[in-house]
Design a protein around this ligand. Sequence first.
Ligand SMILES: Cc1cc2nc3c(=O)[nH]c(=O)nc-3n(C[C@H](O)[C@H](O)[C@H](O)COP(=O)(O)OP(=O)(O)OC[C@H]3O[C@@H](n4cnc5c(N)ncnc54)[C@H](O)[C@@H]3O)c2cc1C
Length: 458
Amino acid sequence: MSAKPRVVVVGGGIAGLSAAFRLQQAGCETVVLESGPPELVGGRMATVDVRGFAVNRAATILIHSYRELIRLIAAAGLAGEVVPGNDLFGLVRGGRVDRVRLGSRRQLATGGLLTSFPLGDIAKLLRDYRRVRPLLTPHDMSPMAAADFESVHQYATRRGLRPETLEYLLDPLVSGLCLGEPEEVSAAMPFVFLDVILFGGGFFTSKEGVGFLPKGLARQLTVEHHAQVTSVEERGEEVAVSWHRPGEAEHLETAAACVLAVPPPQVPQLYGQLTAEQREFLDDAPYARSIHVAFGLDRPTAERAMLVQASRVEHPDLCAFVLEHNFSPQRVPEGTGLVMTHLRGAWSDRNWELGDDKVVDHVLAGVRRMGILPELERHTTMTHIWRVSPCLIGRRPGDYRAIARFAAGFDPRGRVQLAGGDILGHSTTNSSVASGERAARNLVARLRTEGTLTPERR
Ligand SMILES: Cc1cc2nc3c(=O)[nH]c(=O)nc-3n(C[C@H](O)[C@H](O)[C@H](O)COP(=O)(O)OP(=O)(O)OC[C@H]3O[C@@H](n4cnc5c(N)ncnc54)[C@H](O)[C@@H]3O)c2cc1C
């Protein structure tokens, strides 16, 4: 057997790192080309140090039902870094926070939150959830095409749900998953959120923030930083990848295969060998943008929930608060607090250019108006603003049919494979891990078939 086949992975987010890790395990030589700096390895799963606080750039919540991600943590020898998370969830309603524990279905059923909605509505939602549950797969949501014909708002009307169920249950589920609105988003999306958050079996974290995983994988891989890929081309038996780094001559890599693990709209810009329909599908990925603000506090909050969500009835723009110190006390320096505040995608779009001070003022006015988290106003020692684009996918009615067509048309035996939960699934770290692993499996099968990679030892 000759030297190990070389595989180039474009993008050092969790999808690309998962693919590279699994390819390396299977015997390939891999290099990850990442346009960002080392401190942002992991992309939307990065955690950075801001004045002593480990601040997550985007993803924060890791859930026990994330099977692929949990297996990856174990395979990478990082299980020792995981700490259990608190599972108290809060919903703002009329100036107070209703709370429920999400660790088990029994707690959810008896905890007061769901029972505060009309029983008939909850029964209908649970019946519909049971029907679509087999269609929910983390990396490829094509099966959901069968149940994708209306928006959340249309679904609520058709099922005769009360307005309070739409506004206080479905709306927070939608904004929590994609920062979107019930009128725009497919009725399938709240069921995804019900599945991963409400029925996910609780949460876990690391004292380093979620970035412990991408950082831990990157330590075991070859990652080129500040490496901006400009083109990927299949040329017969190999793939040519061009990239540049400021101040250096253009680099050209040739490899046996490539994983493209960048957000969907960036794929056609790098990879020209797509059909017009594939290009259109990737270009049209329905992304929200997000401006979110981290508040470092000189004390923990009186609020004990780790995640508090707000309906648009309570506030038109502010939709979620992640209280990191409540996730696990080890997440923050002793005696302090760390709160991530999230604004809806429509607000972020309208205010993308707004100055940092004005964004912070808007959030503070919002918590004051809702009567929650007074510590943000009185005990803040640090604020950090993230502007993330592309941010989260909000599937519209009909999108799952487009996913099914795209998935059916993409060759799993090609030398170039795509990875990223945003392509066929939803924006979660677990979907991205699952998609990266699937890309790796496809390439390993291809390289073994053509004899460039040693068959698996039994
Ligand atoms: C505000 C917010 C909150 C979220 N909360 C959660 C949560 O609580 N739990 C959860 O599970 N998920 C959450 N998510 C979703 C999760 O963060 C993402 O779905 C996941 O991290 C995406 O990983 P990825 O590798 O597919 O993409 P990315 O992380 O975007 O990685 C793509 C990488 O490619 C690089 N790249 C792009 N172009 C090039 C190029 N030309 N050359 C080289 N490199 C390039 C980028 O720099 C980036 O690092 C959240 C997302 C956001 C935005």
